[in-house]
Design a protein around this ligand. Structure first.
Ligand SMILES: Nc1ncnc2c1ncn2[C@@H]1O[C@H](COP(=O)(O)OP(=O)(O)OP(=O)(O)O)[C@@H](O)[C@H]1O
Ligand SMILES: [Mg+2]
Length: 382
């Protein structure tokens, strides 16, 4: 019997590109990931031809949805610079794609088998994400990483926000990473954690403009061309949104799970929901939701006020059937410590905030342990 992937490929051969050739012979198709009836693949085209190809992408989506057994399909169109432009990475082989079963016709950019594998020595990679900017992902990511370290785990942090890296500032890192053997980079070590950020490699004020495939190659390099060593957990601080970078991570990196950060108000929760839906669509387990900037306790009079509301993230997590991992208060100390490069879990390990982060970290660890157990996996459609 033909596999679902084969049937999808057969279907795609009936979809033609702007030049009339079948999509499967265009050299632009990435590998096809099929899991539980959910499909994911990308079409990488020259940036000048995006318009024509968007229509092809839509036709491909409609076509593959008619294949029996396909429950959902997610097809990304990514733009590549014309030949002679900046080198763009080809779409890499996504996780789960068996080696040797390449959907890309010969002559196309080569697939790389390595994306199907993890990072040697790294036990689990988790993403800290949200659909919305400024909700405290980076602050939570760095403190969560430190709290996981406090639980006795060996931890690394990858700052995947290539548009606005935060780790140089949050951890007060000014030095540049050294290279090993000319090509690989050594992460910077801070508070006993291995840290890598694009911010270590470029000047702080440099505007960073990335096109789709460049996002892929930058992230892939920071993951795979860095000497992470043996780690129990690599915490990835994601850029805001549910665009290329997130999809790339979910597609390229064997993520064990995602932690969603939200503030309590409705607007942030809508974006958090979007983030959860995105990870579910690419089959990355959502380890839970953290409500950041929750209750504010006045440092002078001790009065409690819910500036952004309170409890919204817990209610939303319950509604969506994902664990609620805990609340982090809105606190001037958290902001000041972050801004001065000494995150609160490292600088005030005996304080209430550090304790709160350690509680959250142990729930994250429980979630990871549960994912490791071979229990039947229930995938809830987003
Ligand atoms: N619990 C908190 N209490 C007080 N200030 C906080 C808290 N969490 C984050 N902040 C502050 O809010 C600002 C935004 O936080 P942060 O950079 O972590 O957000 P982000 O979601 O990573 O943003 P971006 O989307 O730009 O990456 C920072 O100044 C940070 O110090
Ligand atoms: Mg950030």
């Amino acid at each position: 019997m033909a596999s679902l992937k084969d049937e999808v490929l057969a279907k795609l051969s009936s979809v033609t590109g702007p030049d009339g050739r079948p999509l499967t012979a265009s050299g632009k198709l990435s590998d096809i990931v099929a899991s539980d009836g959910k499909l994911f693949f990308s079409i990488t085209v020259d940036s000048a031809e995006v318009k024509e190809w968007e229509a092809v992408r839509e036709r491909a989506e409609v076509a593959v949805r008619t294949v029996p057994g396909v429950k959902s399909a997610m097809i990304a169109l990514t733009a590549e610079r014309a030949a002679g432009g900046a080198a763009a990475a080809p779409p890499r082989r996504p996780q789960n794609a068996p080696a040797g079963d390449d959907a890309r016709p010969r002559g196309g950019a080569p697939s790389r088998a390595h994306a199907s594998t993890g990072i040697p020595g790294v036990e689990a990679i988790i993403a800290v994400a949200s659909g919305k900017g400024g909700v405290g992902k980076s602050t939570v990511a760095v403190n969560l990483a430190l709290a996981l370290r406090d639980l006795g785990l060996k931890v690394g942090i990858l700052d995947a926000d290539i548009y606005g890296p935060s780790m140089p500032k949050l951890l007060g890192i000014r030095e540049r990473p050294q290279t090993v053997g000319g090509t690989r980079l050594k992460p910077i070590v801070r508070h006993g954690m291995a840290v890598m950020s694009i911010g270590f490699l470029v000047e702080e004020e440099t505007p960073m403009i990335w096109r789709g495939p460049m996002v892929m190659s930058a992230l892939t390099q920071m993951l795979r061309e860095v000497e992470w060593g043996a780690l129990d957990v690599l915490v990835v601080d994601m850029p805001p949104g549910t665009g290329d970078a997130q999809l790339t991570m979910a597609q390229q990196v064997p993520l064990k799970g995602a932690v969603i950060v939200s503030t309590p108000q409705d607007l942030a929760l809508i974006d958090a929901r979007r983030g959860i839906a995105m990870f579910r669509r690419v089959d990355v387990p959502v380890l839970g939701v953290i409500e950041n900037m929750s209750t504010f306790i006045c440092p002078h009079c001790g009065t409690r006020s819910d500036i952004f509301g309170h409890g919204g993230a817990r209610a939303e997590a319950e509604r969506l059937g994902v664990p609620f991992l805990g609340e982090v208060p809105l606190d001037i100390g958290i902001r000041e410590k972050s801004d001065s490069g000494a995150p609160v879990v490292a600088s005030e390990p005996a304080g209430a905030h550090a304790q709160r982060f350690r509680e959250i970290a142990s729930r994250v660890r429980e979630g990871l342990d549960a994912e490791r157990r071979p229990a039947p996996k229930i995938v809830i459609e987003a």
